[in-house]
Design a protein around this ligand. Structure first.
Ligand code: PGA
Length: 238
């Protein structure tokens, strides 16, 4: 696991987006899995700027949403699909049919998840991940196994509480659908992103604690091409 530490949040944003522009230049057909949350938002803004400036293009890329909340109104801005559209996809040159997302409104969720994993195919080229304060990745909560597929999951109380930061309608989701740890760990490259003081403790446990399903992010240490991008605050305990 490579750890890349940056002195400030803006240097951290620049660091991630510089690598991302490079990956898109090297492989314009990049297949990318993207998270929602507050962490990647400034990075998405910089990628929008990069596309507008002609420094990057998603014209031949594909994007898969990492997860989705259940039981939210389709227009809730906290839904992963809506956040990705608002902060990145609605402003870049990605073709409409190159954005895939999970839909909790479809009755047969199991079949939908199987189709999602089949569409992912052998592997993503790149997965970007935020990290929950309990070490979750996407909605793979502590206890998720390393070979878990894309599936419906029940959310932990801390995840439910922190989802309130994104949601409009006040009815907090208790479940969601997430890309599983198996397809995440099969990705050719993984970037774990963390910024701010609230993530310092879990980043320390991820990098220096035991490798365990109790901290799903620690399983990334078994991946041969995983980088952790932290700003000074998130990397404070390293
Ligand atoms: P955040 O969420 O980026 O909003 O902190 C990350 C997560 O819970 O996975």
């Amino acid at each position: 696991m490579n750890v890349l530490r940056f002195d400030s949040e803006s240097a951290w944003v620049q660091g991630v987006s510089t690598f991302w522009r490079d990956r898109l230049r090297t492989n314009p057909h990049l297949t990318i899995c993207l998270p929602t949350g507050l962490t990647p938002t400034p990075i998405y803004a910089d990628m929008v700027r990069s596309v507008r400036a002609g420094q990057a293009s998603f014209a031949q890329a594909s994007i898969y949403a990492l997860d989705e909340y259940g039981d939210l109104a389709p227009d809730d801005p906290g839904r992963t699909r809506n956040m990705l559209l608002e902060h990145l996809i609605g402003h870049v040159d990605l073709p409409t049919d190159a954005f895939r997302f999970l839909d909790p409104g479809i009755p047969d969720i199991e079949q939908q998840c199987e189709r999602y994993d089949a569409a992912i195919g052998h592997s993503f080229d790149l997965v970007l991940l935020g990290i929950g304060r309990n070490g979750h990745l996407g909605m793979n909560e502590p206890g998720s196994s390393a070979d878990s597929p894309t599936r419906r999951v029940e959310l932990h109380d801390t995840t439910i509480a922190s989802s309130a930061r994104y949601l409009k309608h006040g009815n907090l989701p208790r479940w969601g659908i997430t890309v599983g740890l198996k397809p995440i760990l099969a990705s050719k490259e993984i970037w774990l992103l963390a910024s701010g003081p609230a993530k310092a403790d879990v980043i320390q446990r991820t990098i220096a604690g035991e490798i365990s399903e109790d901290v799903p992010a620690s399983l990334l240490r078994r991946h041969s091409n995983c980088s952790v991008f932290v700003d000074a605050e998130a990397g404070r305990l390293l």
